[in-house]
Design a protein around this ligand. Sequence first.
Ligand SMILES: Nc1ncnc2c1ncn2[C@@H]1O[C@H](COP(=O)(O)OP(=O)(O)OP(=O)(O)O)[C@@H](O)[C@H]1O
Ligand SMILES: [Mg+2]
Length: 159
Amino acid sequence: MTAWDRHLPDAAATAQAGAALGEAVAAGDVVGLIGDLGAGKTALVQAAVAAVGAPVAATSPTFTLVNEHRGGRLPVYHADLYRIEKARELDEIGLDEIMRRGDGVVFVEWADRFDVLPRDHLRVELMVDGDGRRLRVDGTGPRGQRAAAAWAAALGVLG
Ligand SMILES: Nc1ncnc2c1ncn2[C@@H]1O[C@H](COP(=O)(O)OP(=O)(O)OP(=O)(O)O)[C@@H](O)[C@H]1O
Ligand SMILES: [Mg+2]
C-alpha cells in the first residue's frame, strides 16, 4: 500500500508506528513530516531512530537544526525547519548535501516550510484527532512508495 492512513489513539501507538517506520526505511530515503505543533512528529522520528538501532539524542533538532544519529543499521539525519527563517539558512545546515549523499535516511520536520525535499519522498502528515492523532502516509515517487509499502507491512496495516 503506497498511500494509507491510520488512527493513533495514544503516544504508545505513535511510538509503535515510528518503530515500524525505522524498520522500513532504506539509505537514500527522505521522509517529510508535516503537522501542527505537538502533532507527534518528533515522537515518531525518535521511535524510528531507536528502531534503526541508533542512540536517540536528548535534544530536539528544534534547537540544533540537524541531528545525526550513528551506530545503527544506517545513519539517520533528523532536521527541523521550524526555526529556519530564510532559505539561506538552509545552506548553512547542509541539508541539500546530506540528501544528495544519500548514505542514510533523512527526516525533515516542518517539511512544508521550504521547498527542500526531492520530488520523490515519503510524505507523513500527523493531525490531532480527538484525544489521539491521525497519521497520513503517501509516497510521492517510486522510492517514497516503496518506503510507504514497507512501512505498512512492518506495521501490519491491512490492505
Ligand atoms: N497518538 C497520540 N495520541 C495522543 N498524544 C500523542 C500521540 N502521539 C504523540 N502524542 C503526544 O503529543 C506530543 C507530541 O510532541 P512532539 O514533540 O512529538 O510533536 P511535534 O509534532 O514534533 O511538535 P513540534 O512541531 O513542536 O516539533 C507528545 O507530548 C506526545 O506524548
Ligand atoms: Mg518536533
